[in-house]
Design a protein around this ligand. Structure first.
Ligand code: MN
Ligand code: MN
Length: 456
């Protein structure tokens, strides 16, 4: 079985490793959708992109971005051809499974202060206990002032944790099924244990002390949790995995690994024939809903703005622009895992080191809920990738009737454009730390670049 590692010479191998270094940096700085947008804008501006402005003209070769509430982002490199002829679109999501802090979170119990949470996305809840968690997010004061929060990533900063039950007393717990070993309502993070100093005995003195700290060090009060978005995520950095350093383990590969490689591809795109677009979307893990999810009108609105700048906006042209578009909807795929071979059909599984993975369809129970890319479109993609010596594999997520998954592919396909699921295979998907192959990261990045340039 040939892998990408056999085809690389010294020079290519260096490029693979360099890209992974850059990706790890991005991942470390992008643990929430907001941070991912901020970092993406930083990189985009460095590469010559600027924010779309209604009062500025737009011409071929321009590099523009639209920022949606700081949580999703669309980037464009304007092509030589009219927008009506369609765009080449890359899409990925920048939200990841995590533990969100509730809006009324703080309480004291027997001298300990805890923070109540509501998990986000599909997780095995027991995986998130007994590990260092950092607090990331924003607190917005009533006057609109926004406080950025990031506590627990630097060595000398405190972390929080959700406790686990000691094995010595876990007889009843161990008899439960995996789904119930830890209940959602029991995901409470430990945040303090020293009472506030006071002359008289006070109720909830420990909580009071924590509130004092929040006020003094971070500038917000208990009420302000209501207008906050705080996310508990694994503390610490992405690391090289394997003695040969061929893989990366980190939090949030799903789907920042496809987001970063898609972003890099559009940042390096110059003067394309067809307009290039890159959608970095929020809320995929909970159904792509809301103003910042893939179902939002935001992307179509952005194209409408650009059509308007072409001087020829009408609804029919917008419909044409969308239906003449082609898209790689990228999300992580399940990598074959020798510890659990039974969940895959070996012929159709994704393997580390075999390049970017394509899924013609996803879904579950008889392809339910899937986008199904037309064979004609797949043929075009094969042609482009083969011409450019990009390594790829066509795969399915697991055995038939073993489970499945969905992505944003069908949402854009509903606009009557050609869309296929693409992406990078990972092990331990949705665990606090996920694993991916550096070779696949590099091949995905190359695939995205040639797609933007050559897809017609
Ligand atoms: Mn995903
Ligand atoms: Mn996911």
């Amino acid at each position: 079985m040939k892998t990408v590692w056999e085809k690389y010479d010294e020079k290519q191998l260096k490029k693979v490793m360099d890209l992974s270094q850059d990706y790890k940096q991005y991942l470390n700085r992008s643990k929430t959708e907001r941070e991912a947008v901020k970092e993406a804008i930083k990189l985009a501006e460095k590469a010559g992109f600027s924010e779309f402005k209604k009062n500025k003209t737009v011409k071929a070769g321009d590099k523009l971005y639209f920022n949606n509430r700081g949580k999703s982002l669309v980037l464009f490199v304007i092509g030589k051809k009219p927008l009506e002829e369609g765009l080449n679109i890359l899409g990925a999501h920048i939200d990841s499974p995590r533990i969100d802090v509730k809006l009324n979170p703080l309480y004291e119990d027997n001298g300990l202060v805890l923070m109540d949470t509501h998990y986000y996305g599909g997780i095995k809840k027991y995986q998130w206990t007994a590990r260092p968690l950092a607090i990331h997010g924003v607190v917005v004061k009533k006057d609109g002032k926004k406080i950025d929060i990031c506590i627990g990533e630097k060595e000398d900063e405190p972390i929080v944790e959700i406790s686990d039950l000691l094995i010595h007393l876990a007889k009843d717990q161990m008899a439960k099924t995996g789904a119930n070993v830890v209940e959602g309502e029991d995901l409470n993070a430990l945040v303090g244990s020293i009472p506030a100093k006071s002359k008289k005995e006070e109720k909830e003195a420990v909580k009071k002390n924590i509130l004092n700290i929040l006020k003094k060090e971070y500038g917000f009060e208990e009420d302000d949790f209501i207008s906050a978005e705080l996310e508990l995520v694994p503390a610490g950095k992405a690391r090289d995995l394997g003695l040969d350093r061929s893989m990366i383990m980190g939090y949030g590969h799903d789907d920042r690994i496809c987001a970063y490689t898609s972003l890099r591809a559009i940042l390096e795109t110059e003067k394309p024939e067809r307009t290039s677009a890159c959608i970095l979307t929020d809320k995929e893990e909970v159904g792509s809903i809301g103003s910042t999810g893939a179902q939002s009108a935001f992307f179509a609105n952005a194209i409408a703005e650009l059509l308007n700048k072409e001087g020829s906006y009408n609804d029919l042209k917008l419909r044409h622009a969308l239906e003449n578009s082609r898209m790689l909807s990228s999300d992580v795929s399940a990598a074959f895992d020798p510890n659990y071979p039974q969940v895959n059909d070996a012929k159709n599984a994704a393997y580390f080191g075999k390049g970017i993975s394509f899924n013609k369809y996803t879904g579950s129970r008889g392809k339910g809920g899937s986008n199904d890319a037309p064979a004609e479109y797949i043929a075009k993609i094969r042609n482009i990738l083969d011409k450019n010596d990009v390594s790829y594999q066509f795969t399915e997520l697991g055995r038939v009737d073993q489970g499945g998954g969905g992505t944003i592919a069908y949402i854009l396909a509903n606009q009557n454009m050609d869309v296929i699921d693409a992406g990078i295979a990972v092990q331990n998907m949705h665990a606090p730390y996920e694993t991916a192959s550096k070779g696949d990261i590099y091949e995905a990045y190359r695939a995205y670049k040639v797609f933007l340039k050559e897809m017609k």
